[in-house]
Write a new protein. Structure first.
Length: 540
């Protein structure tokens, strides 16, 4: 029985040792090869006397060693902490200190750039670098510096492996930190294995699948491409997202069968000219991390007529909550779907009582996917992880659920519809406006490529709706400034026809490119701060 995260690899290696597990550029690694590299990593950690549940940070781009490090760490009984390779030294330093990382696996260049942060991380004892040249020991006093070959070579000897059970911590995934200091979401083996099995079930993953890993592994949705594929013995093609054309080329070259992305990635992919035969092998595509604009979905379905779309919703704190079956997309294009297998999703009022059909409420998720809380943060944990509503009073041990902070409604047939996040909803003229609805309307105009709606303080309205856009690439002007010449008026006219008056943006701003957080999502808090300052005088 597969109960531990690294068992996903061992099970497939036992059944089909020579089957391809990973591909990276011109290299490939079989399941037997991946299991062997995992064992080498586990042996290196045990030789270095890392204790059970010690944290191991992995600060690398996608490559074969990165994946071996994840699963080898759990095989040793330790906890892996995937650090987004796009993060800068201060953010990395916070993660290292926050969860008291004992060992860091990275590259020489990254280690040199992190020197100040590494020296201020008191619990860090060992630094392993992949490119064969350790940093100058004098710059990192008191730290053991090893090359990758030194780390993974040598016999374990009499070192005894730690006992591991499925309730143990497997990983700590840090949120993007867009609303403050990053928080570490603590995930058990049970959380991650249950998630892999649930997603593989409704996506109908099978050993013949070839999944393209575009998203960061520090993002739960990105790591899911690994866990679901390895659970069924499929192959994963690794890539660090660069340009939309690179994704297209790899999908074609590798005959990818499953593709996952977030809306800011899907939007430019939908504007590409895809070969007609892609849909013959691309079996499905999935979206999470925000609602996919309907115009984008329409373009993708037109380009891939035989490819099934799966629209999904999830939280890092509980991995995945809902999915919309492909056969329901035409009937309910705005729906988040129903709960994924082995999960229950509730819609509740502030007092925890169940909402009636179509009554807005907070989404609450229960089940074995619910994380163990935020590392070293009992206050934030208590805010988000609370008892499941409606439990029998006679039950002495309370089951905990994750209270999402998202406002949704559930129809009479059990399908859910996203309304907005509590901290993103715009309160204007006495109404609560969902940014998603304003953004969806702007995409429908065909005039914008990317769009983010925010609320900024306004003396009369409470908040004013501001829409920040980039011009559509098909009719992009010479500069962002010239984008507003005529286009702003056309967009505003369209929005007035598509939205009630209180939702129509008071102001439209054009930018060449919208900022994104390390997980590839639009950085809404940064934009809100920027425009709150920029428009303070105009609305005072």
């Amino acid at each position: 029985m597969t109960a531990l995260l690294h068992d996903l690899v061992h099970s497939s290696a036992a059944e089909r040792p020579e089957a391809c597990a990973l591909r990276f550029k011109s290299s490939a690694l079989s399941y037997a090869g991946l299991a062997g590299r995992m064992a080498n990593v586990a042996g290196g950690l045990l030789r270095l006397a890392l204790a059970r549940q010690d944290r191991v940070a992995i600060y690398l781009p996608k490559r074969l060693e990165t994946v071996a490090s994840f699963f080898g760490t759990t095989a040793a009984g330790c906890v892996f902490v995937p650090v987004n390779p796009l993060l800068k030294p201060p953010q990395v330093g916070h993660i290292l200190r926050d969860c008291a990382v004992r060992l860091l696996i990275t590259t020489t260049q990254r280690a040199v750039e992190l020197t100040q942060e590494l020296n201020s991380s008191a619990d860090l004892r060992v630094i392993v670098v992949l490119d064969g040249q350790v940093p100058d020991p004098d710059t990192l006093p008191g730290r053991t510096l090893l090359t990758w070959d030194e780390f993974v070579s040598g016999a374990i000897g009499s070192v005894r492996a730690h006992r591991i059970i499925d309730a143990d911590i497997a990983a700590i995934l840090y949120t993007s930190g867009s609303t403050g200091r990053p928080k570490g979401v603590v995930l058990s083996h049970r959380n991650m294995v249950t998630g892999a099995k649930s997603v593989a079930q409704y996506l109908e993953n099978r050993r013949e699948d070839r999944l393209l890993a575009v998203l960061p592994f520090s993002f739960d949705y990105g790591f899911s491409q690994l866990s679901t594929a390895l659970h069924v013995g499929a192959s994963v093609v690794l890539m660090d997202y660069l340009f939309p054309r690179d994704v297209l080329n790899l999908v074609v070259q590798e005959r990818i069968t499953g593709l996952a992305a977030v809306p800011p990635v899907w939007i430019p992919l939908a504007d590409l000219e895809w070969p007609a035969d892609v849909t013959e092998h691309l079996r499905y595509f999935t979206n999470s991390g925000g609602a996919m604009p309907r115009a984008t979905l329409t373009k993708l379905r037109a380009a891939w007529p035989k490819t099934k779309p799966y629209l999904m919703y999830g939280l890092t704190e509980a991995f995945r909550a809902t999915y919309l079956p492909p056969e329901e997309v035409d009937r309910r294009p705005d729906s988040m779907g129903r709960a994924i297998p082995n999960t229950e999703v509730l819609v509740v009022r502030p007092d925890g009582s169940r909402c009636n059909p179509d009554e807005p409420g907070e989404l609450v998720q229960r089940g074995s996917l619910v994380a163990l809380g935020y590392w070293n943060d009992p206050v934030k944990t208590a805010e988000r992880f609370k008892p499941v509503p409606g439990q029998p009073a006679e039950l002495p041990i309370t089951e905990m659920a994750v209270w999402s902070g998202d406002s949704v409604r559930m129809d009479a047939e059990g399908f859910l519809y996203f309304i907005g996040r509590k901290d993103e909803m715009i309160k204007t003229s006495g109404y609560r406006v969902s940014p998603t609805e304003v953004e969806e309307a702007s995409y429908g105009s065909g005039l914008v490529a990317d769009a983010v709606a925010i609320g900024v303080p306004h003396p009369m309205l409470g908040q004013a709706v501001i829409l920040i856009c980039t011009p559509s690439p098909t009719i992009r002007p010479a500069s962002p400034a010239s984008a507003g010449e005529g286009r702003g008026e056309r967009l505003l006219s369209y929005l007035k026809s598509a939205l009630p008056n209180f939702m129509v943006p008071l102001r439209i701003e054009w930018e060449e490119e919208l900022p994104r957080n390390p997980n590839g999502k639009f950085d809404r808090p940064l934009l809100a701060t920027r425009y709150r300052e920029l428009l303070r005088d105009a609305f005072s």
